[in-house]
Design a protein around this ligand. Structure first.
Ligand SMILES: Nc1ncnc2c1ncn2[C@@H]1O[C@H](COP(=O)(O)OP(=O)(O)OP(=O)(O)O)[C@@H](O)[C@H]1O
Ligand SMILES: [Mg+2]
Length: 1108
């Protein structure tokens, strides 16, 4: 929340003199002193700021202070020049009102410092940006330049402004500075040629000589030694705390910032040097033939150097110092100048040169700082003008200055009253006429066009004939004698005839701020401000651009015979312009007061301050301000400040602020004549009332503070108490918990002990009971056993007796019981529980069976006959099937390992089995025999070489067989060869082929069912081979021979399959006749197992021993 403050807070004395009670000069001074002693150098009179020069730097101009006062109400904070600057700047920016800040006060009171403070404050709070900053810098830097040329050390002030300055700072609609215009008033040019004791010439001369480089000085033909120059007073050339050399650098830098060209700076310095040189020109009298004295330049060196500097022809200037030409209409009269006149001319030239240079500087600065934009500007004017001056010896300058102050006072009264009146009208307050002293009458005495002092002075100056200061005074004495503010010894007003404080050559004016005695001497001269035309023409002829500009009237082409306007006239005109300018603006006043004459801090010289208070008209100021209402305040801040004084408005007033204030005032019973209600403000007539309110507020604040303290203390104690209470509860809770825990643990252990004892006792009791019960049961069991034994035996006997009869009944009963039980218990099972259990059981059994089978599988040999035994009867079929599948599978596995040859062998074996299995008894014995084929190794054996060559084809079988002779049934050994196409029989010994039968000629083969090796090869009837008849042969490898023959037959495409007849009787076609071969079972004799005998012509009987 923003804290609302007021000027009334922490006041030292009163911050606003309007509130001074009682109002008297003494109380006024006492208040000023009180505040000054407490470093409060600013005090208000309403909106006017009184500024006491502290003569030391105070820490009240910091950037923080700028921020403090920025955008704050004028009466919100303690009095400060920043408050005024802020108020002016804000009214300018926000309300579009042009402002002027009028700073007055006597020399050394702090006007220039105040104006700089105002400017720096405005620069700090206004807008920023590259362009704006440049403008600000130029405006601020114009000060050092003007101060160097226009300020000088005086007995009153080490940096006294010797000119009046009014600066208009121009702003755009946003409040950003655009530029400015400076007006200067009446430079004290007499200082150039002569300075009072203890004072100095303008700073620039000393700065140039101290700060310029040797080179610059050489160019300017100057010497660093001040004593070489007549125009520089020596007694206070060096001023304490003033560094001329450093200031020279500052000034040069400032000139550069402001925008002076290097050649312009050079020209300016040349002119300054020329003035110094001019002062050194001295004259001597030279008698002329007509008896008059004529002046001559004494030592021409300085003149020469000066002429060189300014580019002036030496002779021209020299002549101008000796002669004076007066032109009247068509006549030109030349008169010589005596030495005094020559000096006068020299000084007049120096003064003019310097003052015109100063005016040129102002113009040149204006050119630089003037606003570029052509739009309408808002303007803030700052007037730093010499204050009212009362010296012992007051001359034309003081007269002019005091006239200016008189005018300012007038405008001040006018504007203050006007402002006051406007506010009353604005606020709807009735306007009561205010009694005040109007100094218009004094202004009239001075400036009246007919009989004003200035008009009369001008008249005197222009009048032909002898004109002196005395004639001027006489004139005044005659014309102004009746004026109530004019006093003169010689006036017809008898009042002053005996007034010895008023010398004869003086006149006195009663200014608004006091009486001032003016010495008439010099008035006419100073007003004339004459420069001989010869001099201005000499200057115009100079070969120096700046000099030429400064003396335009020296142009011979534009000779103006009219007298130039007098100094008084010019000043009056410029003051008139200034006043008109100020009247259009909203004024803000800063009244500077100097506390002592010693330029010392902490000293408050009452008489001096009293004097200033008087001539500044400050009491007047307060009276005007208090004439109506001493104090006014807007309703909101007023209510805010005093609302605690009334219960209805404290702490909050919900209605409009004005009504709140009305309630407040009536509640406080403030007499109604003491205040008035304006539209937005309350107007309080007497400060007394305000202080009554303030006092009540102070008391109330004390009470409130006590109340706040009380509440705070109560709150603090209560908070502390609550904290303690809370802590106590926590501690107690923890303690109780701890105690309860302990107690509980104790009870728990005690309970456990009791429990254990009880349980032990109970257990023992139970044990005893159980033991007793058990003994009883055992006894009962024994008895029952005996009894049952008896019963059983009895029953057995009875059953045995009734066994037969009751067996059937018992069976029926059992079935019946079973049925009943199943019926009864069926409902306890779920409908499919049996099925599930069955399936589960089956599944488990199957699982177990398969896992067992897997574990006990027999070897992979196809001839392995082993197979695990069947575990369950119901798996009989599966078990057999699995055995079969397993066997097929391992056979397949086994087969897959066969090579082609082996496969062929097994195919043959298979074929043999197909032909002979279960048909011929010999077959089983052949199974284990390998079918070797070539038993004789016919190709390798050399014995059969001949035979080998006879048989071209590959021999499939070679063996020795017996060829059965039909005649006796005996066998002859023959080699039996079987090839793909034929059967060859050859002699065993010789290897000679006995018979070769092509296989197509073979129709069938006959064998017996017995275990013999007989076989008959039957030939196709009618074939070539059939001529010799069929062959009856016997071989150990019968099965192999027949199988191979059958195989060849079955694989040959062009042949029919060979028939194999298996029977114990078959016919063999020998050459001519057919013989029946019959096989009988016989007994083995002499190891010869098979015997063949011829029984008759038609029968051969083969006896084959029975196989075991
Ligand atoms: N506010 C201030 N704080 C500190 N010193 C100040 C202040 N005002 C003035 N001074 C001191 O007083 C001196 C004189 O002030 P300043 O030059 O402003 O006087 P002035 O009124 O302009 O005089 P003059 O009429 O001769 O020009 C300054 O040089 C400075 O030392
Ligand atoms: Mg000044």
């Amino acid at each position: 929340m923003e804290v609302k403050t007021s000027l009334l807070d922490n006041m030292i004395g009163v911050g606003d003199m309007v509130l001074l009670e009682p109002l008297s000069e003494d109380s006024f001074l006492e208040n000023l002193r009180n505040r000054f002693d407490h470093n409060e150098i600013y005090t208000y009179i309403g909106s006017v700021v009184i500024s006491m020069n502290p003569y030391r730097s105070l820490p009240i101009y910091t950037p923080e202070k700028v921020e403090d006062y920025r955008n704050r109400n004028f009466y919100e904070l303690s009095p400060h020049i920043y408050a005024l600057a802020d108020e002016a700047y804000r009214s300018l920016r926000d309300q579009d009102k042009d402002q002027c800040i009028l700073i007055t006060g006597e020399s050394g009171a702090g006007k220039t410092e105040a104006s700089k403070l105002v400017m720096s404050y405005v620069a700090a709070v206004c807008g920023k940006g590259q362009e704006v900053n440049k403008v600000k810098e130029q405006l601020l830097q114009s000060n050092p330049v003007l101060e160097a040329f226009g300020n000088a050390k005086t007995v009153r002030n080490d940096n006294s402004s010797r000119f009046g300055k009014y600066m208009d700072i121009e702003f755009d609609f946003k409040g950003d500075p655009l530029g400015g215009v400076i007006s200067n008033y009446l430079l004290e040019k007499s200082r150039v040629v002569k300075q009072p004791r203890g004072e100095r010439n303008f700073h620039v001369f000393y700065q140039l000589l101290s700060g310029a480089s040797d080179d610059t000085l050489r160019k300017l033909k100057l010497d660093r030694d001040f004593s070489k120059y007549n125009y520089l007073s020596l007694d206070s050339a060096v001023v304490n705390g003033l560094d001329d050399a450093a200031n020279f650098r500052t000034v040069r830098n400032a000139m550069q910032i402001v925008g002076f060209m290097e050649d312009e700076v050079q020209s300016v310095l040349e002119l300054v040097a020329a003035v110094l040189k001019l002062g050194n020109i001295e004259f001597k009298p030279e008698s002329r033939c007509n008896g008059t004295d004529e002046s001559r330049v004494k030592d021409k060196n300085d003149l020469k150097e000066m002429c060189e500097l300014l580019g002036i022809e030496q002779s021209v200037l020299e002549r101008a110092f000796s002669y004076r030409t007066v032109e009247a209409k068509l006549e030109k009269v030349s008169t010589t100048l005596n030495v005094a006149q020559a000096y006068y001319a020299r000084d007049a030239l120096a003064k003019n040169l310097y003052s015109r240079l100063f005016s040129w500087l102002v113009t040149r600065i204006n050119e630089s700082i003037k606003a570029q934009a052509k739009t309408r500007h808002k303007v803030m004017g700052v007037l730093d003008i010499y204050g009212f001056e009362i010296f012992e010896d007051n001359s034309f300058e003081q007269f002019i200055i005091n006239y200016c102050n008189e005018k300012l006072q007038q405008i001040f009264i006018e504007l203050t009253l006007r402002e006051e009146q406007e506010e009353y009208v604005r606020e709807g307050i009735e306007w009561t006429n205010i009694e005040y002293f109007n100094n218009a009458v004094i202004c009239d005495l001075i400036e009246n066009n007919q009989n004003g002092i200035l008009a009369m002075l001008d008249e005197e100056c222009l009048r032909p004939g002898t004109v002196t200061d005395e004639t001027f005074l006489d004139k005044l004495n005659t014309i102004c004698a009746e004026h109530q503010h004019f006093e003169s010894r010689l006036s017809k007003n008898s009042k002053f005839l005996t007034d010895h404080s008023l010398p004869h050559n003086c006149f006195r004016i009663q200014h608004y701020a006091g009486k001032v005695l003016y010495r008439a001497e010099g008035f006419v001269d100073k007003n004339n401000d004459l420069l001989y035309r010869d001099l201005s023409q000499a200057m115009y002829k100079a070969n120096h651009s700046l000099i030429k500009q400064l003396f335009p009237e020296g142009n011979p082409g534009k000779v103006n015979l009219k007298r130039p306007p007098t100094a008084g006239f010019q000043f009056k005109a410029s003051v008139g312009t200034l006043m008109r300018n100020l009247q259009t603006k909203n004024p803000n006043y800063i009244r500077c007061i100097k506390p002592n004459d010693k330029k010392a801090s902490h000293i408050f010289t009452e008489s001096l301050v009293r004097h200033q208070v008087r001539y500044l008209g400050l009491m007047e100021n307060v009276r005007v301000r208090r004439a109506g209402y001493a104090f006014r305040q807007a309703y909101e801040p007023c209510l805010e400040r005093y609302k605690m004084l009334c219960k209805k408005t404290w702490p909050h007033w919900r209605g409009p602020a004005r009504e709140g204030v009305e309630v407040l005032m009536s509640d406080l019973q403030v007499p109604t004549e003491e205040f008035s209600y304006g539209r937005s403000k309350i107007f309080i007539r007497n400060p007394r009332t305000l202080f009554f309110l303030e006092e009540r507020r102070r008391q109330c604040l004390q009470d409130l503070a006590t109340l706040i303290q009380k509440i705070y203390r109560g709150w603090k104690c209560r908070s502390h108490f609550l904290l303690l209470k809370k802590s106590q509860i926590v501690v107690a809770a923890w303690y109780r918990r701890y105690a309860q825990q302990k107690k509980y643990q104790k009870i728990k252990s005690a309970t456990t002990v009791v429990q254990s004892y009880t349980r032990g006792w109970q257990a023992r009791k139970l044990l005893r009971e159980l033991k007793y019960q058990k003994r009883c049961e055992e006894a009962a069991t024994t008895i029952a056993a005996y009894w049952h034994g008896t019963q059983a035996r009895r029953e057995l006997r009875r059953l045995k007796e009734e066994a037969r009869r009751k067996h059937a009944v018992a069976v029926i009963w059992a079935y019946w019981q079973g049925l009943k039980v199943r019926r009864e218990y069926r409902k306890f099972f779920r409908a499919n529980a049996g099925k599930k259990i069955y399936e589960f059981t089956i599944q488990r059994i199957m699982q177990k069976y398969f896992l067992g089978l897997k574990r006990d599988l027999p070897s992979m040999s196809p001839i392995d006959k082993s197979w695990p035994s069947r575990p369950y009867l119901f798996l009989d079929g599966v078990h057999t099937e699995l055995r079969r599948i397993f066997h097929l599978w391992r056979c397949k596995k086994y087969r897959s390992t066969f090579t082609e040859e082996k496969k062929a062998v097994y195919e043959e074996k298979l074929e043999a089995s197909e032909i002979f299995k279960d048909k011929k008894a010999l077959y089983p014995s052949s199974v284990s025999q390998p079918f070797k084929g070539d038993y004789l190794e016919i190709r390798k054996n050399p014995k059969y070489q001949k035979l080998n060559s006879a048989v071209e084809e590959k021999v499939l079988l070679a063996d020795v067989v017996n060829k059965i002779n039909r005649a006796n049934g005996k066998g002859t050994a023959r080699i039996f060869l079987l090839t793909k196409n034929s059967v060859v029989l050859a002699d065993q010994k010789t290897g000679q082929v006995k018979a070769s039968v092509p296989l197509p000629d073979l129709t069938s083969v006959s064998v017996s069912t017995q275990s013999d090796g007989f076989f008959a090869l039957k030939l196709k009837e009618g074939s070539a081979s059939a001529v010799k008849g069929d062959f009856l042969l016997s071989s150990e490898h019968l099965i192999e021979i027949i199988t191979k023959l059958h195989h060849i037959g079955s694989t040959a495409a062009d042949r029919e399959q060979l028939n194999v007849d298996i029977s114990d009787e078959f016919l063999v076609q020998f050459k001519q006749d057919k013989v029946c071969v019959k096989f009988i079972q016989g007994v083995a004799k002499n190891g010869n197992s098979v015997s063949c005998k011829r029984k008759n012509n038609r029968l051969l009987e083969v006896s084959v021993p029975a196989t075991a």
